[in-house]
Design a protein around this ligand. Structure first.
Ligand SMILES: Nc1ncnc2c1ncn2[C@@H]1O[C@H](COP(=O)(O)OP(=O)(O)OP(=O)(O)O)[C@@H](O)[C@H]1O
Length: 317
C-alpha cells in the first residue's frame, strides 16, 4: 500500500506586483494537477529547475501548506488536517536552514527532541548511539549549533530528523554546500538508513550525483507539472541522448568523417565524436582503427545534467 498518495493536487498563490501606482494581482500555479504514489521504502529523487514547485509539494506533504484542490494522504492521513499526528511519523531536513536550537549544544537539541516526540528513553539512547557513530558526531555533542560548520550542522540535522524513527523523511537539498567527502559520507549514511530501517526517502536536490547514488526512482517536475517519473536508466534511454567517443590519434587530423557520427570538438590529435545511444560502439571503433592511426579511446555516457536539460527543453516546446 502506498505511504504517500497525491491525486490531482494543485496549489496556487496570489502574487501582487506594483508598477508605479498600479497594483496588479496574478495567480501563480506552483503545483498544477500532480498525481503520484510512493511505496514504503522507496527512495525518490524529486527534481526540477528553480521555481518548479518542489518545495511547495514538500510543504503540502508535511501539512504546512493546504492544497488549493486535489487530495493528499501521507501514512494514511490528510497532512494538513492531522499535522501534529503526522509529525511523529515524518522527518524533515531543509538544507538551507537548521531545525536545531542555535544556542544549545547538539546533545541538548537531541534531548529536547526526545521529549517533544515522546520517544522511549531506551530507544532514543539506542538511536542516538547509532547516529553518533555513523555520522561521526561524538566530538560535536557539546558544541553549540551556531559554532558547527555547515557539514557538521547538516549531520546534526539529519540525526535530529531520524531520532524518532520516522517512516518517511523529506530531505530538501541535504548536500547543499558540502564538500565531496562530506557528501559521499552523507549519501552512504542515507543509503544505510533506507536499507536497514526501510525508511521512505523523498530527496529534493540540484545535485544529480545525489540522485545517481541514492534514488531508485526519479520524478522530474517543471512549472508544477510532472514531466518524468521512472528510473534513472529509463530517463537516460527515454531521452536518447548521444554517447561520446573520445579518440586520440597519433597526429592531428582534420575532423574524421564516419556516417552516423558527428565530430563536436577537436583538440590537437584528440577528437570528440557523438553517436546515437542505439548504436554499438564496437563496430565504430573498428572502423576508425582500420582507417585512422588510433592510439587510445574512451566512451562516455550522456551526463544526467544534459539529459535533464534536454527534458526541460522538450517540456517547453
Ligand atoms: N508563499 C508564496 N507566495 C507566492 N508565490 C509562491 C509562494 N511559494 C512559492 N511561490 C511560487 O511558486 C512557484 C514554485 O515555488 P517552489 O518554491 O515550490 O519551487 P521550487 O521547485 O522549490 O524552487 P527552488 O528549486 O528554487 O527551491 C514559484 O513561482 C514561486 O515563486
Amino acid at each position: 500500500m502506498p505511504v504517500i498518495e497525491l491525486e490531482n493536487v494543485s496549489r496556487a498563490f496570489t502574487v501582487t506586483s506594483r508598477t508605479g501606482l498600479r497594483r496588479t494581482r496574478r495567480e501563480v500555479r506552483a503545483v498544477d494537477g500532480l498525481s503520484f504514489t510512493v511505496e514504503p521504502g522507496e527512495v525518490m529523487g524529486y527534481i526540477g529547475p528553480n521555481g518548479a514547485g518542489k518545495s511547495t509539494t514538500i510543504k503540502m506533504l508535511t501539512g504546512i501548506l493546504v492544497p488549493s484542490s486535489g487530495s493528499i494522504r501521507v501514512a494514511g492521513v490528510d497532512p494538513s488536517r492531522h499535522r501534529l499526528k503526522l509529525a511523529k511519523r515524518i522527518g524533515v531536513v531543509f538544507g538551507q536552514r537548521t531545525t536545531l536550537w542555535w544556542d544549545l549544544p547538539l546533545k541538548d537539541s537531541f534531548a529536547v527532541l526526545q521529549k517533544m516526540y515522546a520517544v522511549p528513553r531506551a530507544r532514543h539512547a539506542e538511536n542516538l548511539a547509532t547516529f553518533v557513530e555513523l555520522l561521526d558526531l561524538g566530538d560535536l555533542l557539546d558544541v553549540p549549533v551556531r559554532q558547527l560548520s555547515l557539514g557538521q550542522r547538516m549531520r546534526g540535522d539529519i540525526a535530529a530528523a531520524l531520532l524518532h524513527d520516522p517512516e518517511i523523511v523529506y530531505l530538501d537539498e541535504p548536500t547543499i554546500g558540502l564538500d565531496i567527502v562530506s557528501k559521499a559520507r552523507l549519501r552512504e549514511f542515507l543509503a544505510q538508513v533506507n536499507a536497514e530501517r526501510g525508511t521512505t526517502i523523498i530527496l529534493t536536490t540540484h545535485d544529480l550525483d545525489d540522485i545517481e547514488a541514492l534514488c531508485s526512482r526519479v520524478m522530474v517536475i517543471d512549472h508544477g507539472h510532472q514531466v518524468f517519473d521512472g528510473t534513472l536508466p529509463v530517463l537516460r534511454a527515454s531521452q536518447n541522448a548521444p554517447r561520446t567517443l573520445i579518440i586520440d590519434l597519433a597526429t592531428s587530423h582534420p575532423p574524421i568523417t564516419i556516417p552516423g557520427t558527428t565530430v563536436t570538438k577537436t583538440d590537437g590529435p584528440r577528437q570528440w565524436l557523438t553517436f546515437p545511444t542505439t548504436t554499438s560502439a564496437a563496430p565504430l571503433v573498428a572502423q576508425i582503427a582500420a582507417t585512422y592511426p588510433l592510439v587510445d579511446l574512451t566512451v562516455t555516457e550522456p551526463t544526467i545534467e544534459s539529459i535533464i536539460t534536454n527534458l526541460y527543453a522538450q517540456a517547453h516546446k
